[in-house]
Structure formats: C-alpha cells, structure tokens
Write a protein that binds this ligand. Structure first.
Ligand SMILES: Cc1cc2nc3c(=O)[nH]c(=O)nc-3n(C[C@H](O)[C@H](O)[C@H](O)COP(=O)(O)OP(=O)(O)OC[C@H]3O[C@@H](n4cnc5c(N)ncnc54)[C@H](O)[C@@H]3O)c2cc1C
Length: 373
C-alpha cells in the first residue's frame, strides 16, 4: 500500500513524527540510510538529561529501542539501508530513493524531513592526517562498531558533545590528554564537565589546536592558549603526544534536501547556522513538507521528539485524520513543553532563534503575496 507520509530520517524526531501520525491512521513510511533506526540515539551510551517525560536518566540507545517498539506497534513501515538522494518540487515533491540495489521514486502526499545535523570541520596544518576525526565518527566506531579509534586523545571543543565523547573514550579505555576550548568558558553542561574533571582530565579554556603532526598518521598535536581577542599567545605552544585529535566544534542542520526542494532559509547562529524556515506546526515554506529535530535547528533529543510529534499531528490534521479542535489541543500542549525547554541561559537563545524563524515564515508569505499580486 502506498504511503501517505514519508518520514526521512529515523532519529528521535523522525520516529516520533512517524509514531504520532500513524497513531491517527496515516499510512506512514519511515526511511533511513542506516541499517539500524534511531539516528544519534544508538550511539549514546550515557544516561540522558532533561525531564522524566523525555526519558531523563535513560540511556540513549534504550530510548531508541522504546521508540522503535512504539513505531512497530503503530504499524509504521520502516525502510532501512535506503538513502533519499533527491526531492523534486517540480513533480509534486516526488522523492528519489536508492536501496543499495535499485534507484526508484515515490510520491507521498506529505513529507517530514528529519535528517538531523552534520559536524562542523576545522582546518589546521595536519588536519587531513589519519587520526583527525569528528566526534560523530569516533562515537560510531566506538559505540556501534566497538573499535577504539585512538589510545591517547586530544579533544577539541568543550561543548556537550566534546565532554560526553571524552568521557566515553575514557570508558572505552583511551586516555584523554586534554580538552581544549577556544572560548573562555566551558560550553557544555557543568554536570558533564565535572564528571570529566573528577577523572583528572584537564579542560583548557581559551586554548586551541594549532597543528597535528605525524608522518603517515597523527603522532602528536600542538596546542596554544588564546588571548581575549582570540589571538595565539606567543610562547604558549605545547606539543602533546597523541594519536587521535577528535573534533567537536559544533553541528549544523543537515538540510541539503530542503535546499534542493527550494525551501526558504534563514540564518540563526545559535541553532547551527542556516535553517529551513518553518511555522509553529513545523511546516516549511513548501506546503505539505515539514521538518523536525536538528535539521530545523540543532537542539536536543527531547526537543527533537516533541517537534517530531508536532509535525506528525500536523500531518494527520492536514490529511483529515484528526479534527482541527483535537489537533489544536494536542499541539498546544506540545508547544508549551517546547517553550519550557527553551528557557534559562541555554534555552532562551534557542527560543529567540525559533521566534526569528517564525517571523521569517510570516514575512516569506507576505513577500510571496506581494510578488503574486
Ligand atoms: C555526543 C552527543 C550526546 C548527546 N546527548 C544528549 C542528551 O543527553 N540529551 C539530549 O536530549 N540530546 C543529546 N544529544 C543530542 C541528540 O542526539 C540530537 O539532538 C538528536 O539525535 C537529534 O535527533 P534527529 O532525529 O533530529 O536527528 P538524528 O538523531 O541525527 O537522526 C537523523 C537520521 O536521519 C538519517 N538521514 C539523514 N539523511 C538521510 C537521507 N538523505 N536519507 C535517509 N536517511 C537520512 C540519518 O542516518 C539519521 O539516522 C547528544 C548528541 C551527541 C552527538
């Protein structure tokens, strides 16, 4: 049976969107290029933070299994090992797929794009040497394939990803020589920083990596401290004996499919850079195409799940599976929970970012209206 909704990406956002819409009767297909659904969740061996409703204290991969069981119970058709390589607005949002054997197309009535985020790179002399890796790749090797990518590590970046992956490296038996952070303050949650500090790992703020050295692979790395204008302090250079330089210098929305489709974009630095414009119900500037999770602005799994639910209910409503009144009630509750996430020093810049996206959405249609008239 043809799917009415295709959800692209089976991380917490995609799984939640698929579960929610299928619960109301929508025929849903969930597509992921990986052989296992769950997105980032299956790499996360630590207990999640957040609220109880959002699985605080539960390990990431356990959250993934729970969502997966819910998706199966809701009769979501899960298509793995399949990449969506294109979406074409000119043919009514037809999507192009490749399942490792054949290229084929499908034309669902609605789309939820939940493709997550990609890692920011960092260039420096030696950054192309084997042994310089992104934190995502390190996690995949360590926690999925059970391969330790290095024995002595320099971590670059003290945001949550840098701190958590450093701790996971210690748990896997590696030694973390140092964590360097260019900003004068640790970017991640204190709870993760303290866990690391207790093990004796130095977290050096106002420090950066200058160079990775080695003949055929990383054998050492040079770090240095930075002054208040982010200039290198001469004479502060120090060479560390490491075989892995792990980069955790931020994520940006993996929004290539939205770009290909012609969705409107806006720039919100605190949400990872260029993000697809969307309304409060997660619908982009292309009617019938929704986004959810990190692709709509990099935040957290708990937010990704709520945004996925929001998109799923909106799709069910737009297809007539749920009345407007019932949908509004459900959506209002989710929107309130999302507002609760986006308060405090970490949360409020995200709320400001989302408010900007909403303003851009309204402006987009008023401009379009002017162009049309
Ligand atoms: C080290 C680390 C620790 C974290 N800890 C926490 C925490 O404690 N608490 C918390 O709330 N959050 C945490 N997060 C954040 C959380 O993991 C992410 O915010 C969340 O996974 C985003 O969900 P998502 O569904 O948007 O994307 P993802 O989980 O990234 O899923 C996207 C999926 O889309 C698939 N995909 C992409 N493109 C295509 C395509 N073209 N075709 C088919 N499939 C495609 C990918 O394969 C992937 O499976 C952590 C993240 C990291 C990296």
């Amino acid at each position: 049976m043809d799917a009415e909704l295709s959800v692209i990406g089976s991380g917490p956002a995609g799984l939640s969107a698929a579960i929610e819409s299928a619960k109301y009767g929508v025929r849903v297909e969930l597509i992921d290029e990986n052989i296992l659904p769950g997105g980032q969740l299956f790499k996360q061996i630590h207990k999640f933070f957040g609220s109880k409703k959002h699985y605080a204290g539960v390990r990431g991969y356990d959250i993934g299994w729970r969502l997966l069981r819910e998706a199966e119970d809701a009769k979501v058709n899960i298509r793995l090992n399949t990449t969506v390589w294109g979406i074409f607005q000119s043919s009514n949002n037809r999507i192009g797929l490749f399942d490792q054997q054949r290229v084929f197309f499908s034309k669902p009535k609605r789309l939820v794009i939940a493709t997550g985020a990609t890692e920011n790179p960092l260039s420096f002399p030696g950054s192309t040497l084997p042994g310089v890796m992104g934190a995502g790749a390190v996690q995949t090797m360590m926690n999925i394939h059970r391969v330790l990518p290095g024995r002595r590590v320099l971590m670059v970046g003290a945001g949550n990803v840098g701190l958590i992956v450093s701790y996971q490296l210690l748990q896997a038996g590696a030694e973390v020589a140092a964590v360097v952070e260019a900003m004068p303050k640790i970017g991640g949650y204190l709870v993760h920083a303290l866990k690391l500090m207790r093990t004796g790992v130095p977290i050096l703020t106002s420090h950066t990596v200058l160079e990775a050295r080695g003949d055929k692979e990383v054998e050492s790395a040079v770090i240095a401290s930075l002054d208040k204008d982010c200039r290198i302090v001469k004479g502060s250079e120090k060479e560390l004996d490491v075989d892995l330089v792990c980069l955790a210098v931020g994520l940006k929305p993996d929004a290539e499919l939205c770009r290909m489709l012609g969705c409107g974009f806006t720039y919100v630095p605190f949400l990872g850079g260029r993000v697809p414009i969307h309304n409060e119900d997660m619908e982009t500037t292309i009617p019938g195409v929704y986004v959810a999770g990190d692709v709509s602005g990099v935040e957290e799994a708990s937010v990704a799940m709520e945004e996925g639910r929001l998109a799923g209910i909106s799709v069910a409503e737009s297809l007539g599976y749920i009345s407007e009144g019932e949908a509004e009630k459900e959506k209002d509750e989710i929107k309130e929970r999302l507002r609760d996430f986006r308060i405090g020093p970490f949360g409020s810049p995200r709320q400001e970012g989302k408010d900007k996206i909403l303003t851009e959405y309204k402006r987009w249609f008023s401009n379009e209206g002017k162009r049309d008239s």
